[in-house]
Design a protein around this ligand. Structure first.
Ligand SMILES: *Cc1c(COP(=O)(O)O)cnc(C)c1O
Length: 378
């Protein structure tokens, strides 16, 4: 028997522990220290974001967005049903009503063409999720948002170093949330970031992130004492987290090159399955691939279960993804009973293959051969 191939293995450059030690020895390990500033500068100067703020998770960045936009009970927020729970929960915490939208037939991204029909006078926000790092149809989404006066908040948890018509995902909406959870491309264990693309939101974001106080301005010497001026919470990570993240960002180009190579090898080797009706990722002409995840769309739930079991028996861990949120135990009673067939289809049939920096060609070939072997007989 071969050794098992895990689904994911967190990337580690070796410098993470060195930088953490440096942060510890610097004598300042609370938030907004040396490494946090380095990370902020990297995103603002090298990647072209106007303003970014590290948070303790993407979930927290989304919660900050909901606070910044003053979401009130009864406000409506358009969210794809096929997404992580935080995309919706951040707004539910503010009392919003979530109006779930379906995915497209092309890929799991939100169906922009269906948005207009979901809008009411209470609709405030639309939250596109760039699934697998592949851009949503942002031209269509932004056109609807402009026409209807909605704010666009991108859930860019998967989307670092990916682009829509040459513009970085996470820089298109008014606000955007990134994740550095260990399952993402660039990680810090837990971690996230809010990108602020309308600078008017900057000053208040800083206050909300620092417990509703002017602490950040105080430490820059802009005010002579700091006090409570707004609502807020503690959204900033320790500099130890930022130190870990900095070591990852230093290797961003190498990580991305390696992940995209692995993704492309899967894509080339598994493309023949299309003839059998198996789905592969689809990249519209406006989108790029950032090697975040590689998926197949099986022809049925039964087939997916059989594929997962078949590979598991051969030591390969492949996993399905989100369950439709409109059918979740928490939200199903509040859903307006519209069927969302594409969200359900991806919930039942999508499966993700191992994709991590250290995945060797030998192991990847084993995975590919097992998948092809399964489909020779299934
Ligand atoms: C991972 C993920 C999140 C949450 O990220 P955390 O950093 O774990 O809070 C939110 N949305 C999507 C689409 C994700 O994949």
């Amino acid at each position: 028997m071969y050794p098992a191939i895990p689904f994911n293995k967190p990337y580690f450059s070796g410098n993470e522990t060195r930088y953490i030690e440096q942060a510890v020895r610097s004598g300042k390990i609370s938030g907004d220290g040396l490494f946090t500033h380095r990370v902020h500068r990297f995103f603002e100067q090298q990647l072209g974001f106007q303003k970014v703020m590290l948070t303790t998770s993407c979930t927290d960045a989304l919660e900050m967005a909901a606070l910044l936009l003053n979401i009130q009970p009864g406000d409506e927020v358009l969210v794809p049903s096929f997404t992580f729970v935080s995309t919706a929960n951040a707004f539910v915490l503010r009392g919003a009503k979530i109006v779930f939208a379906d995915s497209t037939s092309l890929n799991p991204n939100i169906d922009a063409a269906a948005l207009e029909s979901l809008i009411t006078p209470r609709t405030r926000v639309v939250v596109p999720v760039h699934y697998a790092g592949i851009a949503c149809d942002m031209d269509a989404i932004q056109a609807v948002a402009e026409r209807q006066g909605l704010v666009v908040v991108e859930d860019a948890a998967h989307a670092i170093d990916s682009y829509h018509r040459g513009r970085a995902l996470g820089s298109l909406g008014t606000l955007a949330a990134f994740s550095f959870h260990e399952t993402k491309n660039i990680i810090s264990g837990e971690g996230g970031m809010l990108a602020i693309n309308d600078v008017d939101y900057g000053p208040r974001a800083e206050v909300i992130r620092e417990k509703g106080t002017t602490r950040a301005a105080f430490f820059r010497g802009e005010v002579d004492k700091y006090g409570w001026v707004d609502v807020g919470s503690s959204f900033l990570p320790s500099d130890i987290i930022a130190a870990y993240l900095w070591a990852q960002l230093e290797n961003l180009a190498d990580i991305q090159r390696q992940r995209k190579t692995i993704w492309q090898r899967y894509y080339t080797a598994l493309t023949p399955l299309r003839a059998q009706g198996i789905g592969l990722p689809v990249l519209p002409d406006y989108a790029t691939n950032n090697g975040h995840l590689f998926y197949l769309v099986c022809r049925s739930l039964t087939e997916r279960t059989a594929l997962i079991t078949y590979l598991k028996q051969r030591g390969v861990w492949i996993v399905f993804h989100y369950l439709s949120l409109h059918k979740s135990a928490y939200y199903k009673a509040q859903h307006d009973s519209r069927a969302l067939p594409w969200a359900d289809l991806y919930s039942e049939r999508l499966v993700r293959l191992p994709l991590f920096y250290e995945l060797s060609e030998t192991d990847q070939d084993r995975i590919i051969n097992e998948v092809l072997g399964f489909y020779q007989t299934y």
